[in-house]
Ligand binder design. Structure first.
Ligand code: C5P
Length: 239
């Protein structure tokens, strides 16, 4: 991580291990072998399988994005970030909607772990303007405005990067400059349906717009041949 321009395609791809048991996750990791070097572990798998799985991935030389989506008091956020750092993970997430205080606490806690990057969630990709209005966010005229507002707040708090949909990657890259990590879930291959992603795009479109990393889940993990699906994602990035 660091220079977001010159990364080679494989290092940009993070495969989301969204499973409710370790056996299923281990099977996908085994089938991807050396192809995949970066995995996302979310609350489902962490809760079901425990932190040993993360330590084992790190011991295999994999990078791990621990998607904790922290939204807590600063002291608890800092503690969770330190626990993530002790496991050897490379990325951890905090909600920007929790305010600058918890993001700054996360960044301060990560300083003891040189490889750990704190990423702020802006507006989750399944949310629309109507969802924002339902929770009382009616000020900015669009979802993108809200994403930018939260991203600037996150930047001010010192985070290393943000999570955002492919559709916001370009505006975020322009707003945040060349070095900030921009990690985009919600990517689908050109011949796939967007499924439950409200603001989806292809990996190539996301990176061309400015994403440093793409998160891809079911496209790879639920494929009959996960390694072939992973190669399709990489090929899409190489086009
Ligand atoms: O849809 P897919 O299986 O590729 O999801 C991979 C990851 O992307 C999930 O772990 C989730 O965190 C994120 N995601 C998202 N918004 C969605 C669907 C998935 O941010 N609507």
């Amino acid at each position: 991580m660091g220079d977001t321009h010159s990364m080679e395609p494989t290092s940009r791809i993070i495969v989301a291990l969204d499973f409710d048991n370790r056996r299923a996750a281990d099977e996908v990791v085994g089938r991807l072998g050396e192809e995949c070097r970066f995995y996302k572990v979310g609350l489902e798998l962490l809760t079901a399988a425990g932190p040993d799985l993360i330590e084992d991935l790190v011991a295999q030389g994999k990078e791990v994005f621990l998607d904790l989506k922290l939204f807590e008091i600063p002291n608890s956020v800092a503690g969770a970030v330190r626990a993530a750092g002790a496991l050897g993970v490379s990325m951890v997430t905090v909600h920007s909607m929790g305010g600058a205080g918890i993001m700054a606490a996360a960044v301060a806690a990560a300083r003891d772990f040189p490889r750990l990057r704190v990423l702020a969630l802006t507006v989750v990709t399944s949310m629309t303007s109507s969802d924002l209005s339902d929770i009382g966010i009616t000020g900015p005229p669009s979802t993108e405005d809200q994403v930018l507002r939260l991203a600037r707040l996150a930047e001010g708090a010192g985070v290393h990067g943000v999570i955002a949909s492919p559709q916001e990657a370009g505006a975020l890259r322009r707003a945040l400059g060349p070095d900030t990590l921009i990690v985009t879930p919600g990517v689908t291959l050109p011949d796939e349906s967007p499924g439950d992603h409200a603001r989806s795009g292809t990996p190539r479109a996301a990176v061309a717009a400015g994403a440093s990393h793409v998160v891809v889940g079911r496209t790879v993990t639920r494929a009959t041949d996960p390694a072939a699906a992973f190669r399709s994602v990489r090929t899409n990035l190489e086009l």
